[in-house]
Design a protein around this ligand. Sequence first.
Ligand SMILES: [Zn+2]
Length: 428
Amino acid sequence: MNSREEVIRDGLVVVDDNRGKIEAVDEYENKDKYFCDELYGGSGFIILPGLINTHTHIPMIILQGAGAGLTGFDWLRTIWLLESILKPRQVYVASKLAIALLLENGVTTFADHYFYEEEVAKAVEETGVRAVLAKTVIELSDYAPKHSLEDSLNFALRYKTGGDKRISGMIGVHSLYSCSLDTLRRSAELSESTGLRIHMHFSESLHEIEYISRRYNTSPARLAQEIGLLKLNPLLAHATYLSDEDVEVVSRYKPCIAYSPFTIMSWGQGIARVRELLDRKVNVSLATDGPVTDGDLSIFKQMKLAVAAQSSRYLKPNALTPKELLEMATIRAAECLGLKGVVGSIEPGKYADILVLKPSKARLVGLHDNPYSTLVMNVNSGSVYMTIVHGRILYHNGVFKSIDVEETFEKVVEERSRLLEEAGLRHL
Ligand SMILES: [Zn+2]
């Protein structure tokens, strides 16, 4: 995933775990040039940049299964009702459990958007993963927790400089349909004056298209342009529905798009025009959305679904190539999150966010002559052997190094029962 698109057959990656950085990338035969305390690997391992999930709401793992069978605003109403009674401590334990799931899926960085986001930040700090966090602002709901735009801005400002870049912040406006025009305009002004980017849902469902048309007599793309949001390099989740004119508008400003095919398709919604956006140099990355709709947070699954969905939409195979998909899960995603010089490829000087796979032999028949296709079409999350973030091994052969998964799981299940009881429900 570096600019020279190098694939090394018998490779060696040297990591300085004190600095958290990649020190060297070399041929394995040169290993004696380096002094290393520990050596991992062997025949049949594959080393990749850590995968990046550019839009999720990880604490929603506690709501797994909620809203099944509903779509659009009906789904949102069900979820917001539950979120109105959600407690910060529940967001914290749920985040830790979801981070374990991300790590076993080989995800090293995620962009999150949720309520009580300082609890997600605490879980990120403790577990060692990398994240770009946004505190959600919703106004036009009677139920969801209320954070003001200033609150969201102050949260993001706390992480603006990024320090070692393990946590950075964005402004978390929920969507065009759930915030007032005044708030949307002010968020654009604040993004411009502070340099903080906006992470929001955008043109995700037919319900949104109808609502924006009824309320503002325009499309989400044209409304975002008019408010001044599109020119600010926002991170936009979905972009499911764009007219020909909308594609032109979006392409003019080139915002970053987070594409999560599983959630949107299983919601009964359509397929985004990803091929056309990429052809117009709009950066599109992959995402899972929250684990309430996609309970396994797997970017490998999104890659496979994106191949199928885009090929079906454009009625031609390989509408997205395996190489493009791997880029959308790594280097393009890093660019979408403002981390291109930091992670997304295995290069000396970048932070050591690395995924090691050990797939079964049956998945590797074409590896050497067709590595991209093998990785995207044949390998899955079950092949993840080791996940390294910032030079630290966080997951190794089924063992989590920074999370007590059993204890965290028990707490999440306990908190879920409390939530159900408070909501007067027997199940979700
Ligand atoms: Zn979302």
